[in-house]
Write a protein that binds this ligand. Structure first.
Ligand code: KIV
Length: 281
């Protein structure tokens, strides 16, 4: 699990066994090309419901549907050979009952071929996580800032400060006891993330949490500089592909308007080997 380039297929028990070892590398993917890029560098790839905001221009993740997660999951599956694939359960697809959660998780697994699902919520979702894991569905939990609860939180602020820390710690313990094989800790204070990581037996995957977590996850488009609407404090940009892409598009537009594109090498002659005849005069 510590290889810098991944060559074997990762399983949920292997992720569990990685607790306290070399940090697990996790990224999101929503498409086949991105899945191919991240596959050999990650232990886990998440088809996150952030796809709604990043690719579909939605204001939050609440409008993401099971159909969307299934379609993006199928695309990602075609690009992965090594990393463990986790698909997010979207808002409204699991909260009603453990039975609803099982039905929809089973749909995501059968339609996309993912190995695990992720769902948001701590103590309130423990019964559901237990129901799924006892029936053979590996679950990654997600506590702290859970974006599907943006309306209840009143925004995307840091969770678990001061007296609220015990709530988040209780959530992490509850999902561990319910059988989750890992848990995302999002946007909580560093000392709390360290404490939770030390206290629970499953790997913690941090995003805006702490370098002490057992792994880290980021939205790939954020680290590549492809999503420009906002930049969370917890993102480090490793590239500025959005700006590069716009410069390339502007150069293309300029060439077209100046009849500099297409060039002679991009057009076809009358015969396969022939060169296009130059017009004389
Ligand atoms: O939807 C998502 O991409 C996520 C990660 C940021 C953890 O939940």
């Amino acid at each position: 699990m510590s290889a810098s380039v991944q060559t074997s297929v990762i399983t949920p028990p292997q992720v569990l066994a990685a607790k306290g070892r070399t940090p697990l590398v996790c990224l999101t993917a929503y498409t086949t090309p991105t899945a191919k890029l991240v596959d050999r560098h990650c232990e886990m790839v998440l088809v996150g419901d952030s796809v709604g905001m990043v690719l579909h221009g939605l204001p939050d993740t609440l409008g993401v549907s099971l159909d969307m997660m299934s379609m993006h999951g199928k695309a990602v599956r075609r690009g992965l050979e090594h990393a463990l694939m986790v698909v997010d359960m979207p808002f409204g697809s699991y909260e009603e009952s453990p039975q609803q959660a099982f039905r929809n998780a089973a749909r995501l697994i059968t339609e996309t071929g993912c190995e695990a699902v992720k769902l948001e919520g701590g103590e309130a979702m423990a019964e559901t996580i237990r129901f799924l894991t006892r029936r053979g569905i590996p679950v990654m939990a997600h506590v702290g800032l859970t974006p599907q609860a943006v309306n209840a939180f009143g925004g995307y602020g840091v969770q678990g400060r001061g007296a609220d820390s015990e709530r988040i710690r209780g959530d992490a313990i509850a999902v561990t006891e319910a059988g989750a094989f890992s848990v995302v800790l999002e946007k909580i204070p560093d000392p709390l993330a360290r404490r939770i990581t030390a206290d629970i037996a499953i790997p913690t995957i941090g995003i805006g949490a702490s370098a002490a977590c057992d792994g880290q996850i980021l939205v790939t488009d954020d680290l590549l500089g492809q999503f420009g609407d906002f930049l969370p404090k917890f993102v480090r940009r490793y590239a500025d592909l959005g700006a590069q892409a716009e410069a390339a598009i502007a150069a293309y537009a300029k060439d077209v308007r100046a009849r500099q594109f297409p060039g002679p090498e991009h057009v076809f002659g009358d015969t396969p080997a022939g060169k296009p005849k130059r017009e004389i005069g």
